[in-house]
Write a protein that binds this ligand. Structure first.
Ligand code: PAF
Length: 285
């Protein structure tokens, strides 16, 4: 265990548990923010939200191998732990849990967590391994930290729904809270993967939010969901995206599809490619 200014850095579940016991004995309400590091303002907004809802915030930085497929960017995913620790200390986080893969998945690890319902379709159609990996690591982290409240970004809206359903179904007592997406001045959702974009790609990426916003307006005006989705996918290609995995308007509550016009609170979600970078975004519609 080491300390970066006020931040305590722990790398093992045993150390983390000792820290959690100390916080509990001191009567502190615990907030938790799980991350894969390469932190930006979006993550710090999650820490700020967790601070508002608790007395002590624990953040984790763990690039979780089980949520990456073999062809994805596990090897090149940005890792900058010292900078992350400084940012977390500055944001008022109390403890950073940064385990290695052997601590999280010791030899013989043999458990999977499959969440149905909100994990069906959308991301799963294109990254079938993804929510299994997220569910298992988040279940472990929630058990390890035993926080009162955990904060997840709405940027990964389907992930937020999956985690919420898993916590409910498995009787995990931590309250799961969603926090709004933080965007740059051009509306681009902050993401650790934005670092992969060239200047030209960045200019195209910044069109994504506006195209989704316009699609949301058309849906609100009563156009059928399927028509709006197709028009938005075409607009993304015209804007310069290389490929669109999906644009989908779904019920905000459970991500179920609309058969005609959008007649309930909705979310418009998209995933599209620029070169080798896959971007996702979503908005209330
Ligand atoms: O959203 C993320 O950064 C990750 O999917 C999470 C929730 C930390 C699990 O690895």
């Amino acid at each position: 265990m080491t300390a970066v200014s006020e931040l305590i850095l722990t790398r093992t579940v045993a150390d983390l548990r000792a820290q959690v016991v100390a916080l509990r004995n001191a009567g502190r309400r615990i907030g938790f923010v799980p991350t894969m590091g390469a932190l930006h303002e979006g993550h710090l907004a999650l820490v700020a939200e967790a601070r508002r809802r608790s007395d002590a915030v624990i953040a984790s930085v763990f690039v979780n191998p089980t949520q990456f497929a073999a062809h994805e960017d596990l090897g090149t995913y940005p890792r900058q732990e010292a900078r992350d620790a400084e940012l977390l200390a500055g944001a008022g986080c109390s403890i950073l849990f940064a385990p290695d893969a052997a601590e999280m998945y010791p030899q013989g690890f043999a458990t999977s967590v499959q969440v149905g319902g909100p994990s069906e379709g959308l991301e799963t159609d294109f990254r079938p391994h993804f929510f299994g990996g997220v569910a298992v690591v988040v279940a472990k982290l929630l058990n390890q930290v035993q926080a009162d409240v955990a904060v997840f970004g709405e940027k990964d809206y389907q992930q937020l729904m999956v985690v919420r359903r898993m916590a409910r179904d498995l009787d995990i007592p931590t309250e799961i809270v969603g926090a709004p997406t933080v965007r740059d001045d051009h509306g681009l959702a902050l993401s650790s993967r934005n670092a992969y974009l060239s200047a030209d790609e960045l200019a195209v990426a910044r069109r994504l939010n506006g195209i989704l916003r316009e699609a949301g307006e058309r849906a609100k005006a009563g156009e059928p969901a399927a028509v709006v989705e197709a028009a938005a996918a075409e607009a993304l290609i015209e804007a310069g995206f290389a490929k669109v995995d999906y644009v989908a308007i779904r019920r905000a509550e459970d991500l179920s599809a609309f058969s005609g016009a959008v007649d309930a609170p909705a979310r418009i979600l998209a995933a599209a490619w620029l070169g080798k970078t896959r971007l996702i975004d979503n908005l209330a519609a």
